[in-house]
Design a protein around this ligand. Structure first.
Ligand SMILES: *Cc1c(COP(=O)(O)O)cnc(C)c1O
Length: 221
């Protein structure tokens, strides 16, 4: 059986050097995260505030954390002090709450806007039009002076049909390139691709892939 270290090594060999590898460690115990750390991994992501806040103090301080789950505004203080990027901003309400928290805490918080992809029951994420409106500064009460919108995040439809997944990636890639072409400052992250579909995501311009199962094995719920 291969180890976490073997699997990380193999992934690093395959993923192009300009693409950041985020190790999605949700549901895995800290000992498994430490195996990845010892193999050189420094960038980890969690999707539940409580779990993130519990793991942070147990891991070395040079670990960088991203948040990739649904974030309720009453949980900001469990997440924002610890993360360098919130990848999963999926409502204007959340965006404004993060900005307010950042202002009150003298911080600037980097975020990605999540584009809703696929036809799934989960309605998480913005439409293209909503993202363009946000970037034009419409519908926003306050100046988002303490936020940096660094790019887009998307989760493709959960299916084995790679043609469907590819359509999703094409949609988000098109939007990403359109925004980039408009010259937006510091907008340089396209976070798409997980264990089943990251090679396709890389072909569609991913600058960041979020991989859990292919590193840590199956999650125990
Ligand atoms: C769990 C999760 C991943 C990783 O999924 P794997 O299939 O285990 O690689 C990536 N992105 C998000 C948002 C997730 O919640």
């Amino acid at each position: 059986m291969s180890t976490i270290s073997d699997r990380l090594c193999e992934l690093r060999r395959q993923i192009p050097s300009g693409v950041a590898l985020v190790a999605v460690s949700k549901f895995h115990p800290v000992e498994r995260l430490m195996e990845a750390y010892d193999a050189g991994q420094r960038l980890f992501a969690e999707n539940r505030p409580q779990e993130l806040a519990a793991k942070v103090p147990q891991m070395p301080s040079d670990v960088q954390w991203h948040f990739i789950g649904h974030l309720q505004t009453n949980k900001l203080k469990l997440v924002l002090p610890y993360v360098s990027l919130v990848q999963s901003v999926d409502s204007l309400h959340l965006l404004e709450a993060i900005n307010r928290w950042a202002f009150e805490n003298g911080r600037v918080v980097d975020v990605l806007l999540e584009l809703h992809l696929g036809a799934e029951e989960t309605k998480q994420g913005f439409s293209e039009e909503e993202i363009l409106e946000i970037l034009r500064g419409e519908g926003r009460g306050s100046e988002p002076g303490n936020l940096r919108i660094r790019g887009l995040m998307g989760m493709a439809t959960n299916t084995d049909d790679m043609a469907v997944v590819e359509k999703d990636f094409e949609r988000i890639e098109t939007l990403y390139r359109r925004i980039k072409a408009s010259g937006m400052d510091g907008f340089d992250i396209l976070s798409i691709g997980m264990s089943g579909d990251w090679p396709l995501a890389v072909r569609h311009g991913a600058t960041m892939v979020r991989i859990g199962t292919d590193i840590f094995g199956p999650r125990e719920y």
